[in-house]
Ligand binder design. Structure first.
Ligand code: PLP
Length: 429
């Protein structure tokens, strides 16, 4: 088969996520067929190579085709690929749960519930929060607080918490009682009565991803933790994007010494190898599910705690230690700031550069700082152009995302940042 054959089959039978299919199947735009990878590089079926500039949609950590991660999967595969976690346990899941809880102070996050992806990690936290209220004489606490422009996934529950109207508006009326907030001040303005009906507040800590990579003010998370404790509201941290070193700490909440009531992990958990998620919670919340069969958390999926996923997640945590990944990220973060400053900040079309750790958003606007017309789809055009300069990434509106695997080298970062600069100038002269 040739690339063209695969493209024809794709156009005939496949349906892509979050994708206007009539544009996708437009004959003038041939999709890239990615076939293999090594380190931060991906190769298409025509033999072209590209830097994976958004870590394969924010998942990859140590690079592709990493020998140590590959071996961990092969070793597990030689034993068994998957066994039911419903009614049975397995060694790697016991070890992984212990290791994840071990990142947090004693008597805080002590329980780990596995699921499949970021959306289900959030769904689990929501259901646990709601059900724990019913089982601790607080049935009125049914509402959630979430922040404007947030993204927490796309299953019904998780989507109800989202703040991107294109994704949730048509489902919002089917959803849960949601209070939307712009910032902490909005929470302080809630009445006693409103507060008494809230079960949890959910936030992407330190930086919102889908909201064009927008960091929160320093100290905000610590304040939110205080507020939630004072008001008996659960704090759910969605670290699906920020987890596993992206921000320079293992978890973003560690920047402000905050431990939540629920922590949602996915994308980087398996270093971008397997779909798998975990929701961590406290013994206090767990205890409300004890004492009666009726209190059981009736939730789970067929592939819960998949053995291959656990194996590669464990191996990824090994690599963080062996390769001193976090320490290196701190150095690379400084280098990335310098590169962005040197190559992108001087361009008149670059309105703002936002960076936390190895997550960067480069927002483009007209030279007079007014946003580009959305129909021009400038961000999209820049990312298409960047392919010619060996960089793959996706924009969010007119913000170019650069969020490489943590394993990226200085030379590769430089190549990628130059590719963005060249492409911005080619598209918006
Ligand atoms: C990607 C993402 C999700 C959803 O994760 P999926 O694995 O796509 O279901 C949830 N929250 C945040 C912050 C994300 O970035």
């Amino acid at each position: 088969m040739t690339t063209q054959d695969w493209v024809t089959l794709d156009r005939k039978h496949c349906w892509h996520p979050f994708t206007p299919q009539d544009e996708w199947t437009d004959l003038s735009q041939t999709p890239l067929m990615l076939e293999s990878g090594k380190g931060v590089w991906l190769k298409d079926t025509e033999g072209n190579e590209y830097i994976d500039g958004n870590s394969s949609i924010w998942t990859n950590i140590h690079g592709h085709n990493h020998p140590y991660l590959n071996q961990a999967i092969k070793d597990q595969l030689a034993k068994v690929a998957h066994t039911s976690y419903l009614g049975f346990a397995h060694p790697l899941a016991s070890e992984l749960a212990t290791r994840l809880c071990g990142f947090f102070p004693k008597n805080t996050l002590e329980r780990c519930f596995f699921s499949d992806d970021g959306s289900t990690a959030v769904e689990v936290a929501m259901k646990m929060s709601l059900q724990s209220r019913l089982q601790s004489d607080q049935p009125n606490r049914k509402g959630f607080i979430c922040f404007n422009n947030a993204y927490h996934g796309d299953t019904m529950g998780a989507a109800s918490l989202g703040g991107v109207s294109a994704f949730f508006d048509r489902f919002a009326k089917l959803g849960l009682p949601i209070t939307r907030a712009r910032c902490l001040q909005d929470l302080h303005a809630l009445s006693e009565k409103e507060l008494s009906q809230i079960t949890a507040v959910i936030i992407e800590p330190i930086i919102q991803g889908v909201n064009q990579m927008t960091p929160w003010e320093e100290g905000m998370l610590k304040e939110l933790r205080k507020w939630s404790e004072n008001n008996g509201v659960h704090l759910i941290l969605d670290e699906v994007m920020t987890g596993f070193g992206r921000t320079g700490e293992m978890f973003a909440c560690q920047h402000e010494d905050v431990t939540p009531d629920f922590l949602c992990l996915a994308k980087g958990l398996t270093a971008g190898y397997m779909p798998m998620a975990a929701t961590l919670t406290t013994e206090g919340i767990y205890s409300t599910f004890l004492g009666s069969r009726e209190n059981t958390f009736y939730y789970g999926h067929s592939y819960t705690a998949n053995s291959l996923g656990c194996a590669v997640a464990m191996a990824s945590l090994d690599l963080f230690e062996k390769e001193q990944t976090l320490k290196k990220v701190q150095g690379k973060t400084k280098t990335l700031s310098l590169l962005l400053e040197e190559h992108l900040a001087p361009l008149l079309q670059v309105y703002q550069i936002r960076q936390v750790g190895l997550i960067a958003g480069i927002e483009l606007r007209e030279k007079d700082s007014s946003p580009f017309h959305q129909e021009l789809r400038v961000g999209n055009a820049v990312c298409l152009e960047a392919r010619k300069h060996q960089l793959l990434t996706r924009p969010i509106l007119d913000t170019i995302v650069f969020m490489p695997p943590l394993a990226i080298s200085i030379e590769e970062m430089e190549l990628a940042v130059q590719a963005i600069a060249t492409s911005v100038q080619a598209v918006t002269p």
